[in-house]
Design a protein around this ligand. Structure first.
Ligand SMILES: [Zn+2]
Ligand SMILES: [Zn+2]
Length: 271
C-alpha cells in the first residue's frame, strides 16, 4: 500500500526543532512511500501577532538538502500548513504564490481565536470547568472554517484537523465531540466536496482516532471523495503515528482510495 504522511513539521515551524533530514530519515526507516513537510504559516501566530510572510528560501534550502540525503528512497514533497487564511485572503494567496512550482500541497487550518481573546492559539486557552466557553470555541472555529471553504477555497487543498478545538477542550476535561454540530459540519463537508477538496484525517501523533469514523461517514454522505492522512508529527519519533489505523477507518467508511497532492492537484492512491 502507498503509505504517506501528509502533515509534518520541522524546525521552520515555531513549535518544532526537528531538521527535515531527521524527519526524512525516520520516514525511510518506517517504510513510507512519501513524506510531505507542511510547516506552519499562520497569518496570526500563537500569541496573536500578525504574520505576512513565509520563509520560502529556508524551506527550499532545507528541502534540497534532505532530498539529497534520501534520494531514491523517499518521495519528499513541499507543502504548507496555512493557518487563518480567512483573516486576509490577499496575503494568503500572495504567500502561496511565492511557493512557486515546488509547492505540492496546502493544508487549511484554524488554530486561533480570531477577533477575540487576543487572537491566541486555542492551545493557550484553559477550558477547565467552562463548558460554555468550549461550546463557544467550537462555534467560532466552525464559523471560520465555513468562511474558509466558502470564500477562500483556493487557499487550501485539504481541510486540516477540523477537530482541532477538541484537542484542548478534551485536554481540559470535557467529553465533547462534534455530534451537536452535525448540520454545520455537514454543510462544511458538502462545500469541501463540491469544490473538489480533501478532508484531512489528522491523528495528532496517534492520539486522535476515535473521533474520525462519524466524520468520515458524514464526509462520504456529503459527496466527499478525497481524504489525506497526517500524523501532525513535530519530531521524528511521532512520524506516521496512527496512520495505518486511520487508513483502516477511511476504508471502513467506504472510501476506495487515499489522496496525496502534486502541484496542488489530487492524486488518488488505491487503498
Ligand atoms: Zn495544525
Ligand atoms: Zn500541524
Amino acid at each position: 500500500m502507498y503509505f504517506c504522511d501528509s502533515h509534518t513539521h520541522t524546525q521552520l515551524s515555531p513549535d518544532s526543532d526537528a531538521p527535515l533530514e531527521s524527519m526524512a530519515r525516520q520516514a525511510v526507516s518506517l517504510g513510507l512511500s512519501a513524506l510531505y513537510v507542511t510547516d506552519h504559516c499562520d497569518l496570526m501566530d500563537g500569541t496573536g501577532r500578525r504574520v505576512t510572510q513565509f520563509d520560502w528560501p529556508a524551506a527550499q534550502t532545507q528541502l534540497g538538502r534532505a532530498r539529497k540525503e534520501v534520494q531514491g528512497q523517499l518521495d519528499l514533497r513541499l507543502g504548507l500548513e496555512l493557518g487563518s487564511a480567512v483573516l486576509d485572503p490577499v496575503i494568503a494567496r500572495d504567500i502561496l504564490a511565492q511557493g512557486g512550482d515546488e509547492l505540492d500541497f496546502v493544508l487549511g487550518s484554524i488554530h486561533n481565536w480570531l477577533g477575540e481573546r487576543d487572537n491566541i492559539d486555542l492551545y493557550f486557552t484553559d477550558f477547565t470547568g467552562d463548558p460554555a466557553l468550549a461550546r463557544h470555541c467550537l462555534d467560532r472555529c466552525l464559523e471560520h472554517t465555513w468562511t474558509l471553504v466558502t470564500q477562500c477555497p483556493d487557499c487550501y487543498d485539504s481541510l486540516a484537523h477540523i477537530i482541532y478545538p477538541l484537542r484542548y477542550i478534551q485536554r481540559d476535561g470535557h467529553c465533547m465531540d462534534l455530534t451537536d454540530y452535525e448540520d454545520r459540519v455537514r454543510a462544511i463537508f458538502s462545500q469541501v466536496a463540491a469544490t473538489g477538496h480533501a478532508l484531512e484525517v489528522n491523528t495528532c501523533r496517534g492520539n486522535n482516532l476515535t473521533e474520525w469514523p462519524p466524520l468520515l461517514s458524514w464526509f462520504r454522505e456529503c459527496g466527499g471523495e478525497y481524504v489525506t492522512l497526517g500524523s501532525d508529527a513535530h519530531r521524528p519519533q511521532d512520524l506516521a503515528k496512527g496512520l495505518r489505523e486511520a487508513a483502516e477507518l477511511v476504508e471502513a467508511a467506504g472510501f476506495r482510495y487515499l489522496t496525496t497532492y502534486e502541484k496542488r492537484r489530487p492524486v488518488p492512491r488505491k487503498l
